[in-house]
Design a protein around this ligand. Structure first.
Ligand SMILES: *[C@@H]1O[C@H](CO)[C@@H](O)[C@H](O)[C@H]1NC(C)=O
Length: 373
């Protein structure tokens, strides 16, 4: 009798085993128990307390062609899924606007503020050679609601199809503890390209490829990402169905998986990412991670970002690539956005925006889940 009471009390108490995972943000749990779910969204509704929109023309530092805004044409929850859907800026402002007008996106309400002034991100003036960002899209983040250090992440998502679309689900450092990008790191859980038939060196690098990457290095021109980049090909196409993109991030390793099959991992030695990335070869550069653990810069809190970008000139869409209709801009063109827009008869039909509410060109997310280690 006494024994039974004791057992049931113990089972009901759900002992909390402390975790190495740490969290912060308005939607972070007060207590972190080992193995517990610490953040989740099933997108039954679009919770803008969890997801802050970016509002910027900045182009991601890559002169990408989209204008990120907070607008339910471009981001919404429907049938339990998040959709990030591209639209044409000209649909809202008219085509002439792109070539002649000044767009200032700064707003007075807290939710309307321009979130990134870099690279002419808050105000631009369109000219015939340098048009305003021709695509509207969305980028949302948990920067205020949830950031964490170490844990497991699973995002079930369907990649978009449509030429030159660049979806991404990734994590950025909450406090830049080791300095500005890429010194404090970047964790790219999944990126892909929306082109259905894009071939480079005999390999399909469009919808049939999904990739995961870490960015880390002492300054922008010296980034060790090539030592921590993996792709997988799926002949069905990552746009065809939902897949589970997974991150396991511990004090010893970072591991990426798709549908429970490991894609790649990094487990740095005691000399950490400085040695792993080959930076120790240059004695003249100071190691920004010298006071961190061997996982530095990946030993600090990161937050989650979900976005759909378009194009850009950083080479994510290479110039020498085969596509059924050729790439309309070159990556060294000073008028890349204009060239892209002028080529819309080739890429716009592939987005199929007029069918099924533009679902096929949308990045769709069924859920985001994060667990403590
Ligand atoms: C939202 O986007 C749609 C489509 O581009 C546009 O018609 C509408 O004016 C936008 N709403 C706001 C408040 O900007």
């Amino acid at each position: 009798m006494w024994f039974l009471v004791a057992v049931s009390l113990f089972a009901g108490a759900q002992a909390c085993v402390p975790s190495v995972t740490t969290v912060s943000g308005t939607h972070a749990p007060v207590t972190v128990c080992s193995g517990a779910m610490i953040f989740a969204d099933d997108f039954e509704e679009f919770d803008l307390e969890k997801w802050q929109h970016e509002n910027t023309l900045a182009g991601g530092g890559n002169w990408e062609f989209q204008y990120y805004n907070n607008n339910r044409t471009n981001s919404f929850a429907q049938d339990g899924k998040l959709f990030i859907r591209p639209s044409l800026t000209a649909d809202q402002f008219g085509e002439n606007f792109l070539y002649t007008s000044t767009l200032n996106i700064e707003g007075g309400a807290p939710a309307d503020r321009c979130t990134n002034p870099q690279w002419y991100g808050c105000e631009r003036t369109g000219t015939p050679n340098n048009i305003l960002n021709p695509i509207k899209s969305a980028r949302i983040r948990t920067v205020n609601s949830f950031s964490f250090r170490y844990g497991r992440v699973e995002v079930r998502a369907k990649m978009p199809a449509g030429d030159w679309l660049w979806p991404a689900i990734w994590l950025m450092p909450a406090y830049n503890s080791y300095g500005t990008w890429p010194a404090s790191g970047e964790i790219d859980l999944v990126e892909s390209r929306g082109n259905r038939n894009m071939i480079q060196n005999g390999l399909h690098i469009g919808t049939q490829e999904a990739g995961s990457t870490l960015h880390f290095g002492p300054y922008p021109d010296w980034n060790g990402w090539e030592t921590a980049h993996w792709v997988r090909r799926n002949q069905g196409g990552y746009d065809y169905d939902f897949h589970r993109y997974q991150l396991e991030w511990t004090p010893d390793f970072i591991k990426f998986s798709i549908d429970d099959v490991e894609l790649g991992r990094v487990a740095p030695g005691n000399k950490g990412f400085w040695e792993y990335g080959g930076f120790s070869k240059n004695p003249n550069v100071l190691n920004p991670w010298r006071y961190g653990s061997k996982m530095a810069p990946f030993d600090q809190k990161f937050y989650i970002i979900i976005n759909l970008a378009v194009g850009g000139t950083n080479g994510f869409f290479p110039d020498n690539v085969f596509n059924p209709t050729p790439k309309p801009w070159s990556n060294n063109s000073p008028r890349a956005a204009t060239d892209f827009w002028n080529g819309r008869n080739s890429w716009l039909p592939t987005w199929m925006l007029n069918q099924n509410e533009g679902h096929s060109a949308s990045l769709q997310v069924d859920y985001v889940r994060v667990w403590a280690l």
